[in-house]
Design a protein around this ligand. Sequence first.
Ligand code: PLP
Length: 366
Amino acid sequence: MKPKSHIVNLPVYQPGKPIEDVKRELGLDEVIKLASNENPYGASPKAKEAIISELENISIYPDGGAVELTADLASFLGVNTNQIIFGCGSDEIIALLTRAFFVPGDETIMADQTFSVYKSNADIEGAVSIEVPLVNGTHDLDAMLAKVNDRTKIIWVCNPNNPTGTILPEAELTAFLDKVPAHVMVVLDEAYCEYVTDPAYPNSIPYLAKYPNVVILRTFSKIYGLASLRIGYGIGQPEVIKLINQVREPFNTTRVAQAAAKAALKDQEYIDSCRTANSNGIVQLQGEFDRLGLEYFPAHGNFIMVDVRKPAGEIFEALLRKGVIIRAGHHKYPTHIRVTVGSQEQNKAFIHALEQVLKEQEALVQ
Ligand SMILES: Cc1ncc(COP(=O)(O)O)c(C=O)c1O
């Protein structure tokens, strides 16, 4: 058997460690997972009701085009239905974009560091990833622009950026979009947009009318609390959406996911309450980091990247032994950890564990 040569050495994606694994491996009863930027409050009760009702129909294939959900979302966003495509998470939209647009040797530009799925999919398609260092944890749009050439197909802009949590303000982003050549697609990944409260953060939907090369990615996995159901979406020009639809599997989202997303979208009061709770959580965690003298990037999503000034892998392992799962292993930030903003109690437990771990590390040094 002979696989494609360029995929042979690709790494397998390493997700946040599952709670069940940590409990089993370390013999712990209580484990808090603040590693995958999930919503600690879960989904809207209305989404849960919709899931239960939809169980009646699980023997029937879903509507591959998610027509009803598309109509609801289009009217919610103020776009046309032919501008939306749903995927098995926004991860799948990233994969579909690369499948539809890249041929081996194409170039694609992204920040270093950003969401790793852009590069992994580019690798699969044999495209070359040009990674442009962040400045103060933020995309360096001028430097990214300087890397554009005839081979460039897609520029990925993650706003807020995962893992740093920083945002690009409206003025900076539009100045960049004004300069990107028409042959280059700009993907604005806004997986965490619903959490952002900073007024400088752009409402990107009107960009679609002005910049035909923009595609926006969003998801029901984060503030909507439906990560396990795998449903996210892309918004763009009808021609681009049609192309991505052509390479989509026929039944890529489930009935249950579509029903849950429809109900979750209608319950904006619940989303508002999650946004407020998250903002309070950011204030709580930042206050604790200040008390501990730890520096962090300004957080705009539902996670914070903080410099623990120790090898992040060691802090990760030590926190794990105390039953707290966070994220480390960011090659550009060897002493930073990324922690999801949890509930008030989870944040408290995380800080308690972190403080103990840092004290233990200090004691080892002395
Ligand atoms: C920036 C970013 N984009 C996209 C995704 C993918 O989310 P999903 O596939 O669950 O919609 C994530 C998930 O962590 C993310 O952080």
